[in-house]
Design a protein around this ligand. Structure first.
Ligand code: GLC
Ligand code: GLC
Length: 814
């Protein structure tokens, strides 16, 4: 069952039934001012940090679901009936409800009683504000008198404090209303120099700023008393819960349309110029008024919207493909790329599943995210890399997370996740391949943000590599530390106390438990580092890295192979994890995907065997589960992985983030059918028809789909902010389609399904537009290329020496 459809031409998903299984969200903003918005106008906004600068309130895990939002109400002033054109919050029956989630904007509307209304929400580029354009049309044969209301509830900035510290917060709320603009200025009197505002383009018929005046006692957003009465009360909030509500009266002739623009924004004043007149307690509004006036003008709002469309078109046009598979096309061309940008912007902070008050930026996650967005935002990728590297420790280890506002490592979580450092190598390699900007390696970057500790970035990579060599266990495999990629495989934390952190409670000395996964990652990262060294003319150093890689490869074969698949790890007793000898958790996806991706066992059949076993034991119709059999009870020596009920999350859930490792692994063996088949199983668009089972948005990946051991097999959770976005994008674009950025140029190496006659693509790479046509003439994956009509040797196309800006590549697969 579906709840809408894709509109690929407009790059939108159109939801046509408001009661989706979960709120299906979109993101507004792509620079500093952000919001999430659901298909029924739920959600909230924030400036830079979803915890510390939250503008509006949202009630996570509330009943009914998805409350707090950008709510519009219409009231027929003759019949006195009122409703919300976005369905929530009133949940009145509507005709022609639709929500169009597009690239950085959302339009929600419907018709009721002959009154058609829709609101377009978006954040203009380079501004710290959002625009709501409400358009109301009278389709009746008679005139209509309508009151339109728009409302939001302010958050008192720190979202965590806002939901807990009521003894203080109920007394500090303050607003000002001037020229019909509502200013939220809680704590502006003391240490804040920022405020929020909510403005309306039309002369208002009233406003409210005190929640209780607007809603009425014991009433909710579904039935505000002032809307019901048809008259806002001009309340001025003092303490309690400041809100912003505007009322506009519309007299509409038959067929007439009117537009009202609302602007919700964030503004900072220089500390010395907070008040006007100086010495008063009145907000200095001189600095913000021009901005407000500008965007209340519908023409300027339209122009800003057009700019936003162009911005997204520009980003998406960097890679466009046309294959025989519509699901591949729309994910690659639109939604997966878009999700990669959202994941980059948000890291893991704010979604329907991430409350915006929790985690900082993950070192591992942020580096992997680069794989998905570096081609769209190389300058910001560079910045991100430097920020990440600056939190690296002198040992080469890394803080597991850092706080985006301070850019410092997070001491609560600390370090010791022994896979972390290698992701920096992989992230930097992706950046170099995309941009060819070798200067980044000479950039002086500190350790632990300590002034004076700076070394060139290149040395950070060297230290990352050595970190593992200095931490090898009894079998010569890397020690796992607190966890490796799988945060929930906690082999040095025997936790028996509720509420303890599985990751940071460490009570074993950590000298025994080893990770075969980190070994695979080391082999991969080591090859990347060697290639970088070689490119810098450091051949001897490259050879050293490759020698270590080879050694590790041998250790993996010797101590990391179980006969039919790669082992997962050794625990603190030196016992195998992910082995046929285990009672549960006999086989894991991570090592079988990643070791093959890294190239281990490609020549001698181990890789093929590992993938066969993966298919046999882990593949399901909804994707590949993380391990089998699921842990049926809690294991003190394994940690969080066994804390989840079977089939969820790391305990045998389909953890979509690692499925692409197997996809890439399949392509390394030349298995295009298998690779694309796995790709399609978790492709959200290909799952659209089962939206009632899948439940999450059909346009973005979720972190997890419940595995076969769960009663809800096939149900997705934790959509949007997941490494799944980058990895799937990387797998389909660079490994299945095989349009791959390399240090030497654009490589063309498709491993596509046998029944595809070929595909065409456009790729803008280092400033050159490559028009690519691939034609299949045989069953295999060998490719011969002609570039601008001339055959070339090999399959790497370097940027044209003569400065041409367009290049045609024709590839024949045979
Ligand atoms: C989550 C984390 C990621 C980790 C994965 C597996 O997605 O964000 O860092 O690798 O879970 O535990
Ligand atoms: C939880 C999640 C896991 C995440 C970990 C660390 O255990 O299940 O996915 O990686 O937290 O934040």
């Amino acid at each position: 069952m579906k709840f809408g459809h894709f509109d690929d031409l407009n790059r939108e998903y159109v939801i046509t039934q408001p009661d989706t299984p979960l709120p299906w969200i979109n993101y507004l903003g792509c620079q500093a001012y952000f919001g999430i918005i659901s298909n029924t106008a739920g959600g909230y906004s924030f400036y830079r940090d979803a915890r510390l600068r939250r503008l509006t309130r949202y009630r996570y895990n509330n009943v009914p679901l998805d409350f707090g939002g950008r709510y519009v109400y219409l009231r027929d002033d003759e019949s006195r009936e009122f409703w919300s054109p976005s369905w929530q919050p009133t949940r009145t029956d509507l005709k022609d409800y639709s929500c169009r989630h597009g690239m950085g904007y959302t339009v929600i509307g419907s018709t009721r009683g002959g009154i058609e209304a829709h609101t377009r929400y978006f954040v203009p580029l380079d501004e710290n504000l959002e625009i709501w354009q409400l358009t109301v049309t009278n389709t009746r044969a008679t005139k209509a008198s309508i009151s339109a209301f728009a409302s939001i509830e302010f958050c008192l900035w720190d979202a965590q404090d806002d939901t807990t510290n009521f003894q203080r917060n109920f007394s500090i709320g303050q607003v000002e209303v001037e020229d019909g603009v509502i200013y939220h200025k809680t704590e502006y009197r003391e240490r804040r120099n920022h405020f929020a505002y909510f403005a309306c383009s039309e002369k208002g018929a009233g406003f409210d700023t005190q929640r209780e005046a607007f809603l009425g006692r014991y009433r909710g957003w579904d039935s505000p008393a002032a809307v019901e009465a048809g008259q806002l009360t001009n309340s001025i909030a003092h303490g309690w819960s400041p809100i912003g509500a505007h009322q506009v009266k519309l007299d509409l002739a038959p067929g007439e349309t009117k537009q009202i623009v609302f602007v919700l924004g964030y503004h900072e004043n220089p500390v010395a110029e907070k008040f006007d007149p100086p010495g008063s307690q009145i907000i200095n509004k001189k600095t913000v008024k021009p901005t407000i006036a500008k965007y209340l003008d519908p023409k300027k709002a339209d122009a800003a919207f057009e700019q936003l469309r162009q911005y997204w078109a520009g980003l998406l046009d960097i890679f466009q493909v046309n294959t025989p598979d519509i699901h591949t096309n729309r994910m690659v061309n639109i939604w997966n790329a878009y999700q990669c940008m959202a994941t980059f912007n948000m890291s893991r902070s704010a979604s329907f599943f991430e409350s915006g008050i929790g985690r900082g930026l993950g070192f591992r996650d942020s580096n992997q995210d680069l794989l998905g967005f570096v081609h769209m935002a190389p300058i910001r990728a560079r910045e991100r890399i430097i920020d990440l590297a600056a939190t690296q420790l002198p040992t080469g280890g890394a803080y597991h997370q850092y706080q985006p506002l301070t850019k410092r490592g997070n001491n609560d979580v600390g370090s010791g996740f022994n896979d972390d450092p290698h992701w920096l190598i992989i992230g930097v390699a992706a950046y170099l391949k995309e941009t060819g900007d070798w200067s980044i390696l000479d950039e002086k970057v500190p350790y632990d943000n300590e002034p004076g500790s700076e070394t060139p970035l290149y040395e950070h990579l060297q230290r990352s590599f050595h970190y593992t060599l200095e931490r090898l266990g009894p079998h010569g495999l890397p020690l796992i530390g607190r966890a490796d990629w799988n945060d929930c495989l906690n082999l040095n934390c025997f936790s028996d106390t509720p509420g303890q952190s599985f990751q940071t409670t460490t009570n074993k000395d950590g000298k025994v438990a080893e990770s075969v996964f980190i070994a695979g990652l080391f082999v991969h990262a080591g090859q990347e580092l060697a290639a970088i060294a070689r490119h810098r003319g450091q051949d001897a150093e490259a050879a050293k890295y490759l020698a270590e890689v080879k050694k590790m490869d041998q250790v993996v074969r010797k101590h990391g192979w179980d006969g039919e698949w790669f082992l997962r790890a050794y625990d603190d007793f030196g016992a195998k994890i992910g082995s046929k000898e285990c009672e549960e958790g006999k086989i894991f996806i991570e090592t079988n995907g990643y070791c093959v991706l890294a190239g281990i066992g490609l020549e001698d059949g181990l890789a093929a065997k590992a993938l066969e076993s993966t298919r046999k034991h882990l593949a399901t119709k909804h994707g590949i589960v993380l391990q089998q059999p699921a842990y049926s009870r809690y294991y003190l020596n394994l940690g969080e992985i066994s804390s989840y009920p079977p089939g969820y999350k790391e305990n045998a859930g389909i953890f979509c983030h690692n499925n692409p490792w197997v996809i890439i692994a399949e392509t390394r063996l030349g298995h295009g059918d298998e690779a694309h088949d796995y790709y399609s199983r978790i492709n959200p668009s290909a799952r659209e028809e089962i939206s009632d089972l899948h439940r999450c948005e059909p346009y973005v990946y979720a972190q997890m789909i419940a595995g076969k051991d769960a009663p809800t097999f096939g149900e997705a959770k934790n959509s949007w902010l997941t490494g799944t976005a980058a990895w799937n994008y990387y797998a389909i674009v660079q490994w299945i389609l095989g349009v791959r950025a390399t240090l030497d140029g654009l490589e063309i190496a498709p491993v596509i399904p046998r029944n595809w006659p070929g595909f065409t693509a456009t790729r803008i790479f280092r400033g050159v537009t490559y028009k690519i046509t691939i034609e299949r003439k045989g069953d295999g994956n060998s490719i011969t290329l002609t570039v601008d009509g001339a055959p070339i040797k090999g399959n790497i196309v370097p940027p044209p020496a003569d400065g041409r800006k367009t290049v045609s590549i024709k590839g024949i697969l045979s």
